[in-house]
Write a protein that binds this ligand. Structure first.
Ligand SMILES: Nc1nc2c(ncn2[C@@H]2O[C@H](COP(=O)(O)OP(=O)(O)OP(=O)(O)O)[C@@H](O)[C@H]2O)c(=O)[nH]1
Ligand SMILES: [Mg+2]
Length: 319
């Protein structure tokens, strides 16, 4: 259905290694504080949206696999939820997703937000805590100082580069901008050097292991987060109830779950204006993503305290 190939590039699992020694291939897990720019970096490298991005922290909730072929090399990136002090089952689920991704990795890519780091540039306590955790994995760590586009005087970054470079396990420190692409090529070449020699593990045409309905649910959550500036995005989840691909149209029914009746009112908005706007934004994103016309129907439901219990988060697909 999809001319851009999403339909065929999804939901394929790793294959047995084939011939092709001389190639490099491995898992690179991307970790860091919420909002550091992990998902933005992957979207830039992949050249299309594989993970939603918002200005709010704790946007990514699942581990997201994205395959990037670079000449003879294949990098299997794993985007992860930002490392934070978890509150409640949903937060703990997000941290567990990150921890399990680290276990399978060959290289750890640690993203730091240099753009809004404290001045004079130095590591924060939160970053030092992450550094201690990453050191325990024994993985080679490529540290990326992201958002350098907003740093006027680049030489001011030197003390931070030095401080990060001295952390045990850190093999390189690269300043870059996931937003404008500066430094990304250098990062990719350094990363490939750290990957094991191995044949490609995934078919060249594969982009992710997630199904289309997962991405559409994420696009709806992105539209919701963009529109609503309150704390509400943390309490909202999107579940796809029906996903029917017909010859010329994709019919999608989805439910936005919130925790309280008052939040339902906010999502719907006066006279249904808000839900209409969320639906329009999400539909356009889904059309681009699926490469076909989309009929999107949204429904809002109150699932009291779903973020606070295991059954609640499982119901939303965070298992
Ligand atoms: N100026 C600037 N902004 C960036 C850059 N990279 C990311 N951002 C912005 O930072 C915000 C967070 O980006 P995300 O990619 O969602 O960050 P994340 O690390 O995936 O966040 P979580 O999923 O919440 O852990 C968004 O508003 C991005 O546009 C960059 O290089 N420069
Ligand atoms: Mg993210």
């Amino acid at each position: 259905m999809s001319s851009s190939g999403w339909g065929t590039r999804l939901a394929v699992s790793a294959q047995e290694p084939e011939k092709g020694v001389g190639t490099r291939c491995g898992y690179a897990v991307v970790v860091g504080r919420p909002n550091a720019g992990k998902s933005t970096l992957l979207n830039r490298i992949l050249g299309q949206k594989v993970a939603i991005v918002t200005p709010k922290p704790q946007t990514t909730r699942n581990r997201i696999l994205a395959v990037h072929n670079h000449g003879e090399a294949q990098i299997i990136f794993i985007d992860t939820p930002g490392l934070h002090r978890p509150q409640g089952p949903l937060g703990r689920y997000m941290i567990a997703a990150c921890e399990s991704a680290l276990q399978d990795a060959d290289v750890c890519v640690w993203l730091l937000d240099a753009g809004f780091a404290k001045r004079p540039f130095a590591l924060t306590d939160d970053e030092l805590e992450i550094a201690a955790r990453l050191k325990e994995t024994g993985l080679p760590i490529l540290a990326l100082l992201n958002k350098v586009d907003v740093v006027q005087e680049k030489q001011q970054l030197l003390p931070l580069i030095e401080e990060v470079g001295q952390i045990e396990g850190v093999v390189d420190v690269i300043p870059l901008s996931a937003l404008n692409g500066d430094g990304v090529d250098l990062f990719l070449s350094q990363l490939i050097e750290r990957l094991p020699e191995s044949p490609k593990l995934y078919p060249e045409e594969m982009l992710s292991d997630q199904a289309e309905r997962f991405f559409v649910a994420e696009l709806i959550r992105e539209a919701l987060t963009e529109r609503l500036r309150q704390e509400l995005p943390y309490c909202a989840a999107v579940v796809i109830d029906q996903f029917v691909e017909e010859t010329k149209l994709c019919s999608i029914y989805a439910t936005i779950h919130v925790e309280r009746a008052s939040q339902r009112g906010i999502v719907i908005g006066r006279g249904g204006q808000m839900i209409k706007a969320i639906g329009q934004t999400a539909r356009l994103a889904a059309v681009e993503f699926l490469g076909c016309p989309v009929d999107l129907r949204l429904h809002v439901e109150v699932s009291p305290g779903w973020t606070k219990n295991k059954t609640g988060i499982e119901k939303m697909g965070y298992e």
